[in-house]
Design a protein around this ligand. Structure first.
Ligand code: PEP
Length: 250
């Protein structure tokens, strides 16, 4: 039995004051009762505030990226152990914005996922196709290639303590969502691909959907059998919308 997970990716948004206000209203709403596991991923510089803002709440926190290096002369980078130091439970890895804007490759994404696990942080590994790839009918090949980078580097056991987020790039921040059936098809493919190597790990693996999820479409998406929660961008910046999504995930 998989427990749902909803993660807010704040991207490069927020300020100390705005984060405080957002989290205060989220906490108030969540205390009314949310069964799904919930996390928010603010920009690095606000992670240190999360401990005090979220102490005693049901909301976990995580980062949006990390370095695959342990420590050292890597100006501007953040080491996995630093995120652990700040209480991060999760880290988003290989978001399409990192892949397309910052040139992150499948193999770098895989190295980052393993680096996170070494310090007991759960990587949320993002996979997904472009619109052009969907139109060429190669969605499954693309997702398989992205997954295989992790499987080849560390074996299927690496997915025991990892989360996969299927995020079709054409649906991220565009207002265009995959239909529940389109998303379910890819989620089932991902689980099936892992099941070929280990059916137990596949059965336990959380596969989140991301791409223009909002309060109004969350329930249909999250009702699909292989969709175990959501990775939420824009809608995670609005307490009411985010709560509606979290409630739909239960
Ligand atoms: C994301 O950035 O991971 C995302 C899914 O964004 P949005 O919900 O805004 O499409």
């Amino acid at each position: 039995m998989r427990t749902s997970l909803v993660v807010g990716n704040w991207k490069m948004n927020g300020s100390r004051a705005a984060n405080r206000a957002l989290l205060e209203s989220m906490r108030k709403e969540m205390e009314a009762g949310v069964v799904a596991e919930v996390a928010v991923c603010p920009p690095f510089v606000y992670l240190a505030d999360m401990e005090s803002l979220l102490q005693g709440s049901v909301i976990n926190w995580g980062a949006q990226n990390l370095s695959h290096h342990e420590m050292g002369a890597y100006t501007g980078e953040i080491a996995p152990s630093m995120l652990a130091d700040l209480g991060c439970r999760f880290v988003i890895i290989g978001h399409s914005e990192r892949r397309t804007l910052y040139g992150e490759t499948d193999s770098l994404v895989a190295e980052k996922a393993i680096a996170a696990q070494k310090v007991d942080i759960i990587p949320i590994i993002c996979v997904g196709e472009t619109l052009q790839e969907r139109e060429q009918n190669i969605t499954e090949q693309v997702v398989e290639r992205q997954l295989n980078a992790v499987l080849q580097l560390a074996g299927v056991n690496a997915l025991k303590k990892a989360v996969i987020a299927y995020e079709p790039i054409w649906a991220i921040g565009t207002g265009r969502t995959a239909t529940p059936e389109q998303a379910q098809e890819v989620h089932a493919f991902i689980r099936g691909h892992v099941a070929v190597q280990n059916s137990g790990i596949a059965e336990e693996l959380l596969v989140l959907y991301g791409g223009s999820v909002k309060g109004s479409n969350a329930a249909q998406l999250l009702a699909m059998p292989d969709i175990d929660g959501g990775l939420i961008g824009g809608a995670s910046l609005n307490a009411k919308e985010f709560l509606t999504i979290c409630q739909a995930a239960v």
